[in-house]
Design a binder for this molecule. Structure first.
Ligand code: HPA
Length: 232
């Protein structure tokens, strides 16, 4: 048991999918896993272990944002020896050609979070995906005709920004989309020498103001989760 995860040491697989929403963790386990077993309910942050094509795999909700999700990333790595951490979540598009329901693979994650400012003081660290998982994700998507985009994303600490145009600076420098956790994931994975990747499904657009319906979200989710399940 760790402070926030009530599982025994061997109840979590080496590979964990990481949605922000705990009910999405439940949906993933019930939809894709054989013999899913609930291992955590602490704070309602559901976690399950099961099998996919014979491979043991887990899914753990993380909550939203770097501070919440880092607690789960930290405990999974340090208390449960997890080696592959794959975030699956939604993101808001910053670019006109990144459309609703597109799948974006985060090569790197810029951030407005203070985590690396306080760590590296006046120097910039570049949180980066694990090349091995990244390469497998691209190969899998290409082979299976899943349309993806890959590049830099922004992990924001605020969903509701003061300035509605704040995204434009990031957009100008090629950032594809905004979410709230990848920079924390890539940094902690690097620190402990484990593998991490964030695969994102575009749920809304800061450029056009469009938002997906919940049924749309489910179908675009399938591409993202199929990629995540097939790269380890
Ligand atoms: N902002 C931040 N995080 C998000 C968004 C967004 O617009 N959409 C999905 N996750």
């Amino acid at each position: 048991m760790s402070i926030h995860i009530g599982a025994k040491k061997d109840e979590i697989a080496d590979t964990v999918l990481l949605p922000g929403d705990p009910l999405r963790a439940k949906w993933i386990a019930e939809t894709y896993f054989d013999s899913p077993k609930l291992y955590n309910e602490v704070r309602g942050m559901l976690g399950y272990t099961g099998y996919y094509k014979g491979k043991r795999i887990s899914v753990q909700g993380t909550g939203m944002g770097v501070p919440s999700s880092l607690i789960y990333f930290h405990e999974l790595i340090n208390d449960y020896n997890v080696k592959n951490l794959i975030r699956v979540g939604t993101a808001g598009s910053y670019q006109r050609d990144v459309k609703l329901r597109d799948t974006v693979i985060a090569m790197s994650a810029s951030t407005t979070s203070g985590i690396n400012n306080t760590r590296f003081i006046n120097k910039d660290y570049s949180p980066t995906a694990s090349f091995d998982l990244f390469q497998k994700a691209i190969l899998y998507a290409n082979k299976n005709d899943i349309n993806i985009k890959a590049g830099n994303v922004l992990s924001s600490d605020q969903f509701y920004e003061d300035d509605p145009d704040a995204y434009k600076l990031w957009a100008k420098y090629g950032v594809l989309a905004v979410e709230m956790e990848a920079a924390g994931l890539y940094t902690i994975a690097a620190k402990y020498n484990v593998n991490a990747l964030a695969i994102l499904s575009i749920s809304d657009s800061l450029v056009t103001g469009e938002v997906t319906s919940s049924s749309d979200r489910e179908s675009s989710f399938k591409d993202m989760i199929e990629i995540a399940l097939n790269i380890v």
